[in-house]
Ligand binder design. Sequence first.
Ligand code: FES
Length: 145
Amino acid sequence: MQLDDLYRQVIMDHYQHPRNQGILAGDALQVDLRNPSCGDEITLQLQVEDGIVKDVRFHGAGCSISMASASMMTEAIKGKPVAEAMKIAKEFHAMLRGEPEEKEEDDLGDLESLHGVSKFPARIKCAALAWEALEKAVRSRGVEE
Ligand code: FES
């Protein structure tokens, strides 16, 4: 199997079976973000306790890339310190810009499947949408990093 096919399968799996999709009950940080170029939207909710992302949910209407990226993001950051979540976000943005990984151990797991998006500038915004929501949530409430 070609790597591209494998990556496509990973993306479709997250799109068809999104992880952490839904709504968090109780008090949660919430950010609604819209991709101005297409009108697609995402709502991201974070429950942060003692600087740790205890829980995270998303819902929205978007293309397969945006929804798969959101699903992968929730898996990547759940249970992690906010500072580490921000570091993953930074590495993910660098990957979307086509920059090489800084260190070999910077393995982004399923997120690596979105590497090919870097070749399609129009889709970069799709893949970045959920991450921008994450960064906005962290910045807006001054959640400690
Ligand atoms: Fe709208 Fe991808 S086309 S987020």
